[in-house]
Design a protein around this ligand. Structure first.
Ligand code: IPM
Ligand code: MN
Length: 363
């Protein structure tokens, strides 16, 4: 039986994950689901954001359903004990290098975006973010007394941006293969005009692209990409980029769709094992109020069924059910507008379950 590790985490994490689990249960498939603490919650109970037992469960599972981690109250902790280290540690230990962040504008939410409706109607971008390299993980890093520079002798901090050829090759292949299933276009985002790391990135993506003559490749500097995303977002299809640029651009792309509360994500390793989480964070400001949007997590569960659990039809059922509840006019606070019905986290989950179990929705 396939095993799902359920890691709710902090803030709104437990509330939204509970709804996704409810939806998974409604599908009446045979899974073994096991929960474990992660992030600040795990720091409280185990003294570490990623306890050995949680990491072991994640390593043994076929898929991980992850909520969110982080809370301002942990900002003063030493870095190794902060909640964010849990997700970074899982990515690193499991080798989850390929991060898929789709930004899809649902027809019913065209007016929820801060951009003009005509700019985003029908938007469907796939950001592919490299997730285990770059300045996030490069060594050395630290603090010291500056040996040189503008202020020798002053306190300074440094991080290392680095990518190796194989790391770039494998994420480039992922992007080109994804583009083959879509509109045969890849935009590679870099900063090769300034950074050596991203000159190698651009060179390697170009080389890999020659193996995919059917896919059109173009290159864009990250500052320009950030601008084009709000100017003419529909010009993009598959966007492939490094860890840090992908972090920033995926938040930007998410907001184009109206709410980051709608966007799922998948992080895969070379064995097809995956971690599935909403693209948004733990939102401690609204935790415990029952108002968070569970749809990003529910849609992440759909991605999990498709990518790691070999249940594409069940994934389709969830996605259709989400379309259905949006068409019914149900909205959590983040996407609520005049003429729609405001619902809480639990009611939204219940509505998705109802749509799944209703006979009219079979696919
Ligand atoms: C994300 C988050 C993480 C990241 C943080 C929580 C470490 O912002 O998944 O986008 O920067 O990757
Ligand atoms: Mn982020």
């Amino acid at each position: 039986m396939k095993k799902i590790a359920v890691l709710p985490g902090d803030g709104i994490g437990p509330e939204i994950v509970a709804e996704a689990v409810k939806v998974l249960n409604a599908l009446e498939l045979e899974f073994d689901m096991e929960a474990a603490p992660v992030g600040g919650a795990a720091y409280e109970s185990h003294g570490h954001p990623l306890p050995e037992s949680t990491l072991k469960l994640a390593q043994e599972a076929d898929a991980i359903l992850f909520g969110a981690v982080g809370d301002w109250k942990y900002d003063k902790l030493e870095r190794a004990l902060r909640p964010e280290q849990a997700i970074l540690g899982l990515r690193k230990h499991l080798g989850l290098f390929a991060n898929f962040r789709p930004a899809i504008c649902y027809e019913q939410l065209t007016h929820a975006s801060s951009l003009k409706p005509e700019l985003i109607a029908g938007l469907d971008i796939l950001i592919i973010r490299e997730l285990t390299g770059d300045i996030y993980f490069g060594q050395p890093r630290g603090r010291r007394t500056a040996p040189d520079g503008h202020f020798p002798g002053a306190e300074e901090a440094f991080d290392t941006m680095r990518y190796s050829r194989p790391e770039i090759e494998r994420i480039a292949h992922i992007a080109f293969q994804a583009a083959r299933k879509r509109s045969q276009r890849v935009t590679s985002v870099d900063k090769s005009n300034v950074l050596e790391t991203f000159q190698l990135w651009k060179d390697v993506v170009t080389e890999v692209g020659q193996q995919y003559p059917d896919v059109a490749l173009d290159h864009m500097y990250v500052d320009n990409a950030a601008m084009q995303l709000v100017r003419a977002p529909k010009k993009f299809d598959v966007v492939v980029t490094g860890n840090m640029f992908g972090d920033i651009l995926s938040d930007e792309a998410a907001m184009l769709t109206g709410s980051i509360g709608m966007l799922p994500s998948a992080s895969l390793n070379e064995r097809g094992q995956g971690l599935y989480e909403p693209s948004h964070g733990s939102a401690p400001d609204i935790a415990g109020q029952g108002i968070a949007n569970p749809l990003a997590t529910i849609l992440s569960a759909a991605m999990m069924l498709r990518f790691s659990l070999d249940q594409p039809q069940a994934a389709d059922r969830i996605e259709s059910a989400v379309q259905h509840v949006l068409a019914q006019g149900l909205r959590t606070a983040d996407i609520h507008s005049d003429g729609t019905t405001k619902v809480g986290t639990r009611e939204m989950g219940d509505a998705v379950v109802a749509a799944i179990t209703t006979k009219t929705i079979t696919k």
